[in-house]
Design a protein around this ligand. Structure first.
Ligand code: ZN
Ligand code: ZN
Length: 271
């Protein structure tokens, strides 16, 4: 029996003769059920009409995204370290070419994911590369397909390789996580942010929302806490969730400036 994948959000569900009746990820106010209703696909039919595209973002960092766009349309990032490769965030399609390319790069040491919208088919990636998946425990209720590869972490930070640290900053999800890469941007440091810190259309701005599709904000207090949590970490670049969305320099300044402005607007201090 196949696993079933929600066509709207990319979340996978356990193998069964029939797809589930509902997708709780889509029914949550941070996602949505499409007006056509909930529809489902399988890995085989997804692979029949889609491929993964690769792009090198800088030395040691690759983007993988699915073409044509599927579900939310995020990218996964493959980060190369001296301790092995890390897959940051996940996408539903694991095609043969991506499997072979990752094998040739040395496989995966671990998968780490920013929040439940990108859990997708993490279980299949973990099985293919025989590696653990690091998820923050605060979001465990959103795992729709339990798997022995999943490891919950509970702290506020966790190092997963030399110079690679997961930072739990919350906001969009209680366990919302970004990855700090000390060696990124030529040693100036980088943050891989998923949509916990969302890189905006202006490449010098980021934003922070409770719900992106439904445009619901976070509180001023939460945004201040996120900016203050990231302030001690050195970084110049921010790689967001979607292809083309990155702050290539001045990332720490852009984040603080964006947070300050966001809080001004929430408080009515527009002038
Ligand atoms: Zn869904
Ligand atoms: Zn999200």
């Amino acid at each position: 029996m196949p696993i079933h994948i929600c066509s709207a959000c990319g979340t996978s569900y356990p193998d069964a003769a029939e797809p589930p009746r509902r997708c709780p990820i889509c029914e949550d106010e941070r996602q949505f059920v499409p007006s056509r209703g909930q529809t489902w696909t399988t890995p085989q039919s997804l692979g029949g009409g889609h491929v993964n595209a690769w792009r090198q973002l800088e030395t040691g960092l690759f983007e993988i995204h699915t073409h044509p766009q599927f579900a939310i349309g995020q990218r996964a990032l493959l980060l190369r370290t001296d301790d092995g490769n890390i897959l940051w965030d996940c996408i539903a399609l694991l095609d043969d070419a991506s499997g072979a390319l990752i094998d040739s790069l040395g496989g995966l040491r671990a998968i780490a994911i920013s929040h439940p919208h990108y859990y997708t088919c993490m279980q299949d990636w973990a099985r293919r590369f025989d590696c653990p998946i690091h998820l923050h425990a605060a979001d465990s209720e959103w795992i729709m397909r339990p798997d022995p590869a999943i490891r919950h972490w509970h702290a506020e930070t966790m190092a997963i390789a030399d110079g690679v640290t997961l930072l739990r900053i919350g906001g969009h999800f209680a366990g919302g996580t970004v990855l700090h890469w000390a060696g990124g941007a030529g040693g100036r440091g980088a943050i891989l942010s998923g949509d916990i810190v969302q890189v905006a259309a202006d490449p010098g701005r980021v934003s922070f929302l409770w719900s992106y599709p439904n445009m619901m904000p976070l509180s001023a207090m939460t945004v201040r806490r996120i900016a203050d949590t990231l302030a001690p970490w050195k970084f110049d670049r921010i790689y967001g969730a979607f292809p083309g969305r990155q702050v290539m320099s001045g990332g720490a300044t852009a984040l603080e400036r964006s947070a300050t402005r966001y809080i001004e607007l929430l408080k009515g201090d527009q002038a």
